[in-house]
Design a protein around this ligand. Sequence first.
Ligand code: AMP
Ligand code: GLY
Length: 416
Amino acid sequence: MKILLVGSGGREHAILIKLLESIHVSDVICAPGNGGMAKLAKCFDVGAMDIEGMIQLAKGEVVDMVFVAPDDPLAIGMVDKMEQSGIKAFGPNKKAAQIEASKVFAKDLMKKYNIPTAAYEVFTDATLAKEYIKKIGAPIVIKADGLALGKGVYVALTDTQALSAVDEIMVDKKFGKAGARIVVEEFLQGPEVSLLCFTDSKTIKPMVSSQDHKRAYDNDEGPNTGGMGAFAPSHKYTKDIAKVVEETILYPTMHAMNSEGCPFKGVLYFGLILTTDGPKVIEYNSRFGDPEAQVVLPLLSSDFYEIIEAVYDERLEDAEVTFKDAHAAVIVMASGGYPVSYKKGYEINGLDDLSDAIVYHAGVRLEDGKYLTNGGRVLGVTAQGDTLDEAISKAYDGVGKIKFKDAHFRRDIGRK
Ligand code: AMP
Ligand code: GLY
């Protein structure tokens, strides 16, 4: 099988490695890819949002399947357009991808089908939203409806923060049209767990659980980021909780999407908060998480492509989805100043002398044989171990060997 992988982050590097491990995959090409991916596969300069360009590439290179990994191309219907052109594409179609692309869609779905989530109201008017916030009071959470590069969620601890979030989204229009509607929701307390699942709309098979670290600095301080590190499995996600989640969240969500006429096929990500009232959904994503993929995929022991194909053909029930009995941790190395402002173009050294860790490249480009920083999140260093402590300490050993100017990483991944 020859596969075209769409995307350019650490998640895509992890997907690439897993695809190449499959006995069924003879070749993978990437677009646009990154410096690290270019070492393993031919990369083409076609943007992840360029549907026409991607179709031409898939046809010209005669690929058997396209794997659409990021949220944005899924949300604009890249899978639909590929299928219409006769190209097999893995990932949810545009209607199904709404589960991530519209928070209002996701919240209304959960309300209609009794899937546990935070109580909420939707607003299209800033004044009404503010009146509601003053009535309920902080802590309270304000979310822009549409995709906002992971920055559209404000966890407001005071009324003033909540009111200014409404101004930023609806009056200053910081996220453009994505902020035309907002969700104002109840603040939930408890540990957060990410649960990624394969689903073909008939069966849903969870992967190993994981925990992300969204804030930029140690002790969960600083601004929200795309994710500064993760580990798997989560010790908070017990067998008993898994059973409740399966019965009250996983299957109900799959059936709800079917009933709404938008069956979901692909990877469905459940962002959960384990409250004292039971597990509740805080978000859905229509794809692998980043950096969760960088700890979940290395632990997958079954053949990745076999699962992908089974999802595509709607026979996931028969596919083997098993994970190693081990732990994995990833530490994200970012450019100093991320997520606010940072410089690019610094040389990265020390990537060759790592034996106990895998380095997933994200914001990296390869120029004249040198790796240069090229984004906010630059690298993810993943290691495995028999215990979480072992995985974390090996990952930090790897981080210690890698050098680039102004590198920033959290020192407390997995320590909560
Ligand atoms: P999201 O972009 O939806 O993943 O949200 C970003 C982060 O905001 C989440 O990872 C949570 O830590 C936090 N968050 C979102 N919704 C809530 C909520 N209802 N209560 C408490 N924290 C939340
Ligand atoms: N790590 C969270 C996400 O991928 O959205």
